[in-house]
Design a protein around this ligand. Structure first.
Ligand code: NAI
Length: 344
């Protein structure tokens, strides 16, 4: 039976992996995140499974290579934490490109509704027998302009939901969807016209700090920002100062620039050292969730099912539909350069 090192394991990860495994793999469940210090814990395994905040850099890849670990299955869609150049021809990287775009899009809408209608405040107030409505005024979403950056799987579902509220949707994408009926505008126009901006693009060198001091200046006063994609899309310090000045009306953050140290863990007994995060969460008009967008039963089941299928395909020598390599990521080629050489 193939042995697989499973990094950054949480109890909810095991539910579907154990249920769907059918004795195919022996999982070495590790609570540690994958990094150069923990890579060696996979020694003796045939492959590894990792997640969004693991660090798959050159050192990790070399340790895996030296220990004959040939495959890394990411149990997530994003892959900004993988050094593909270093992995090329050393480690086959697989991922789950789509498991439930609904989960993330619905979470983004949930953050928007919570912030706008102050549900987080109302929840606390009524538990304390405070039935006052002072300070809870929101606005109708109907008729407001929402700017969506990134119109892939999640962005498109988010747009459909927003349309259901009667919102005016505008969008920006490097590669607009053809015949989608989506109203694409330039990034500057999106910044200038949106009452709410929701981020649904990946973190790349082009999108890093797409929300920064300059772009914030182009936005409407009181704009709402929702980020369920990757923390690095927003310059956190610029966000903080725009929240303090009132330029930004509210922020819903499911991801944070330096989340790897904090998110997914119980730090309630520790004093937060990251002052930007502490200041952000102290704002009543900021809602931080801990990279929770994906966390539905349906998504967890799909993640386990597709990750297991990815590993099955790898070990049985089948074409690897969900493999990614740095050449393909940087510049989608006519002829695939995949590490496994098993193009589909
Ligand atoms: P996708 O690949 O289907 O769509 C991404 C879209 O962004 C594509 O249309 C692409 O053309 C566009 N894009 C790429 N570079 C861009 C740029 N420079 N400017 C504007 N648009 C650009 O990805 P999907 O599945 O919709 O996921 C989006 C992001 O959501 C992922 O990259 C990931 O970071 C995040 N995510 C967050 C989760 C959570 O739990 N909070 C769970 C899953 C994904």
């Amino acid at each position: 039976m193939k042995k697989i090192a499973f990094y950054d394991t949480k109890s909810y990860d095991k539910i579907w992996f154990n249920r769907l495994n059918n004795d195919r793999y022996k999982f070495r469940y590790l609570e540690n995140k994958l990094n150069e210090e923990t890579a060696i814990f996979a020694k003796g395994c045939d492959g590894a499974i990792a997640f969004v905040n693991d660090i798959i850099d050159k050192n990790v890849i070399n340790i895996f290579y030296e220990n004959n670990i040939k495959v890394l299955a990411m149990r997530c869609a994003g892959f900004n934490n993988v050094d593909f150049k270093a992995a090329y021809q050393k480690l086959t990287i697989l991922r789950v490109p789509c498991y439930s775009p609904y989960a993330v899009a619905e979470h983004a809408i949930g953050m928007l509704l919570t912030l706008n209608r102050k549900l987080h405040k109302a929840y606390n107030r009524t538990r304390d027998n405070n039935f006052s409505l002072n300070g809870l005024i929101g606005f109708d979403l109907y008729g407001k302009t929402i700017g969506v950056i990134g119109t892939g799987q999640i962005g498109q579902i988010f747009i459909e939901i927003a349309k259901g509220f009667g919102m005016n949707v505008i969008a920006y994408d490097l590669k607009p969807q053809k015949n989608s009926g989506i109203n694409y505008v330039s990034l500057d126009e999106l910044f200038a016209k949106s009452d709410i901006i929701s981020l649904h693009c990946p973190l790349t060198t082009k999108t890093k700090h797409i929300i920064n001091k300059n772009s914030i200046e182009k936005m409407k006063n009181g704009v709402y920002i929702i980020n369920t994609s990757r923390g690095g899309l927003i310059d956190s310090e610029a966000l903080l100062s725009a929240l303090q000045s009132g330029k930004i009306g509210a922020a819903g953050l499911d991801v944070y620039e330096e989340e790897s140290e904090w998110f997914f863990e119980d730090k309630s007994n520790e004093t937060t050292q990251n002052t930007v995060l502490s200041l952000l969460v102290s704002h009543p008009n900021v809602l931080v969730t801990s990279h929770q967008g994906f966390l539905t039963n349906e998504a967890l089941k799909n993640i386990a099912e597709i990750t297991l299928k990815n590993l099955d395909d790898f070990f049985s020598g089948k074409p690897l539909k969900n493999e990614i390599c740095y050449k393909c990521v940087a510049n989608p080629p006519k002829k695939c350069h995949k590490t496994s050489g098993r193009c589909f």
